[in-house]
Design a protein around this ligand. Structure first.
Ligand code: AGP
Length: 608
């Protein structure tokens, strides 16, 4: 998620832009830039790296005089972090300049059309397409040009725009990416998030989807996409800066849990076109996909758990043999790979040392490597043969949630695509699954809204010594992640077990009052799971069940039941993990732990 700031007023714009962007640094970014109208033309300074670099290059904004400007911190989604991909972006004669937060899903199609009309591009970004599209439609009326591009763009955007011929105006528009505007003592300001404006005003207007704003020094006007003027009411922001950075949530982890519906949508939506799964970045022909003889999945921690989930899906749905291994084990065991093996390397940060080493080991042994990565331009993204990004945006909390959910989506898409191309999943079956996939974001949101009930249940276990998670098949993978979420942020000992393994030793650990969380979302395994739940319950365990709506038989053997909505059996992890994330979160909060920065842990383990 990028940061946007714009200003028009009676003060120098550059220092205000730099200050506003510094309040958005917490969101994570890889490059930054500002553009200011200096009375004749629009000047711009932008660079890869931290705001410090931009401050030095612009001498704290001094080399960019002027009172109208826009600024941006970029979290790369299309095009690696670099000077040329940094925002703002100009049209061809630098008479229009744009900053953007979001993903234009049809940018390649628009780019090709513009190239056929003679437009030339200097960056790999979807944002530069917006600048040239505005140029294409601009005939002297900025509002008209803005509404025209809104009818052409698909995807999400929050834009700040300056037209050189209209230097006393700044335009802003949004669809599915946040944007706020407010009056300051001496002008007007736009931003992608509240922290950037709090220093100047606490009365802000939250821009709704497909609303356009025209800012002047004295005023601001709002319009619909049909150029109809609209009235809006400002909202008073009472948050302090700390709360504002978390969007009003108490912790980044909770904020990011609530960003999961968007992370899921942003990861699948650009890759479903006319009922087909289109993964342009895959770099594999249909023949390549048909010739895959084995998939080797390598990752660490939660990323590894998504790999375990996907093993069941690739094998059952696409009938491709899959091996899943911890990167720290894989790299030292002389793995057997060949050209028929597709290695999937999964990593949120793209910098995990063991996972990067496993990638290099795989390439050395002649295997094709596909990265599933959240950070654009990271080491794993650069070194993999191809990379499929999870567009979850920057993840700040050490305990992953939205990136984990986005990784699952990426793996579902791959499994469905492979099964379809290998002739095992027919088109009609694929379209049914895509319908179920599209329902996930709303279902996740519904489960998140159940958080108070989970919090009450979690508060019973703040003093627990051991908490076990059990499941079979995909539910075992869900248990692995539920257990990790709990232990890494609450410091309570927890383990996940394949439920069939209980009898082989673990069950001796179960005593009166031990909490055993049982995940049973796979219908064909219900009966087996229920007998495992009976086994632990007769030995004194308190059984929490996470299961599908309608499976009320489970109430016979569970002391507490959390139901998840109906979905495709392959997608249940995306739903069952939500109450388990909330459970771990509220236990951590109740125990007074540092939820976002748990002891001994780093967000990216870049050392062995
Ligand atoms: C997850 O909550 C943990 N923070 C950790 O297990 C993490 O998933 C693991 O370190 C892998 O990180 P990566 O996805 O950035 O490679």
């Amino acid at each position: 998620m990028c940061g946007i700031v714009g200003y028009i007023g009676n003060r120098q714009a550059a220092p205000i832009l730099l200050d506003g962007l510094s309040k958005l640094e917490y969101r994570g970014y890889d490059s930054a830039g500002i553009a200011v109208y200096n009375g004749e033309k629009i000047d711009m300074v932008k660079a890869r790296g931290r705001l410090k670099v931009l401050g030095e290059l612009s001498h704290g904004g001094e080399i960019l005089p002027g009172t109208v400007g826009i600024g941006h911190t970029r979290w790369a989604t299309h095009g690696s972090p670099s000077d040329k991909n940094a925002h703002p972006h100009f049209n061809k004669d630098s008479s229009i300049v744009v900053v953007h937060n979001g993903i234009i899903e049809n940018y390649l199609k628009l780019k090709k059309k513009l190239e056929r009309k003679g437009y030339e591009f200097v960056s790999e970004t979807d944002t530069e397409v917006i600048a040239h599209l505005l140029d294409y439609y601009y005939t002297g009326n900025p509002l008209q040009a803005v509404t025209k591009i809104m009818h052409r763009m698909e995807g999400s955007y929050a834009l700040g725009i300056i037209f050189r011929d209209h230097p006393d105006e700044v335009y802003a528009v949004r669809k599915d990416s946040p944007l706020i505007v407010g009056h300051t003592d001496d002008g007007s300001i736009i931003a992608s998030d509240v922290p950037a404006v709090l220093k100047y005003t606490r009365n802000v207007y939250f821009i709704e989807n497909e609303e356009i704003v025209r800012l002047t020094r004295e005023d601001m006007e709002f319009f619909t996409v049909d150029e109809e003027p609209i009235e809006k009411t400002p909202v008073k922001i009472d948050w302090d800066i700390n709360a504002a950075e978390k969007g009003g949530y108490e912790h980044f982890m909770l904020k990011e849990m609530y960003e999961q519906p968007k992370a899921i949508t942003d990861t699948f939506s650009p890759r479903i076109k006319n009922g087909k799964i289109v993964i342009e970045e895959l770099g594999m022909s249909e023949e390549d996909i048909q010739s895959i003889r084995k998939i080797m999945i390598v990752a660490c921690g939660s990323a590894y758990h998504t790999g375990v989930t996907s093993k069941y899906i690739f094998e059952d749905l696409a009938r491709i043999p899959v091996e899943v291994d911890l990167a720290s084990e894989f790299r030292y065991r002389n793995p057997i790979l060949d050209a028929g093996t597709l290695v999937l390397v999964i990593s949120q940060s793209g910098e995990t040392a063991d996972t990067l080493a496993a990638l290099r080991e795989s390439k050395k042994r002649g295997a094709r490597v596909l990265g599933i990565v959240n950070v654009v331009g990271s080491s794993i993204a650069r070194e993999a043969d191809n990379v499929m990004y999870t567009w979850a945006g920057p993840e700040i909390a050490v305990a992953t949630t939205k990136a984990y959910s986005a990784q699952l989506i990426a793996l579902y898409l791959l499994a469905m695509k492979f099964a379809n191309i290998r002739g095992i999943l027919p088109d009609e079956g694929l379209s049914r699954m895509l319908e179920e996939l599209r329902a996930l974001p709303c279902q996740v949101e519904m489960l998140l809204n159940n958080k108070e009930r989970i919090q009450r249940f979690a508060n019973r276990y703040l003093a627990a010594k051991d908490i076990f998670f059990i499941g079979r098949g995909i539910d075992y993978a869900i248990s692995l992640e539920g257990s990790l979420k709990l232990k890494e942020i609450s410091y309570i000992h927890s383990e996940a077990y394949a439920a069939g393994e209980l009898k082989h030793g673990t069950i001796s650990l179960v005593e009166k009052g031990t909490l055993v969380a049982s995940v049973l979302t796979q219908r064909e395994l219900y009966k087996k799971m229920i007998s495992n739940m009976e086994e632990v319950r007769t030995r004194g365990a308190f059984v929490l069940a996470v299961t599908n709506e309608g499976n009320t038989e489970v109430e016979r053997v569970a002391d507490y039941v959390i139901y998840i909505p109906e979905t495709n059996k392959y997608f249940t992890n995306s739903l069952a993990i939500i109450p388990l994330q909330l459970f771990g979160y509220y236990i951590s909060v109740g125990r007074g732990c540092d939820v976002d920065k748990p002891r001994n842990l780093a967000k990216s383990v870049t050392v062995e």
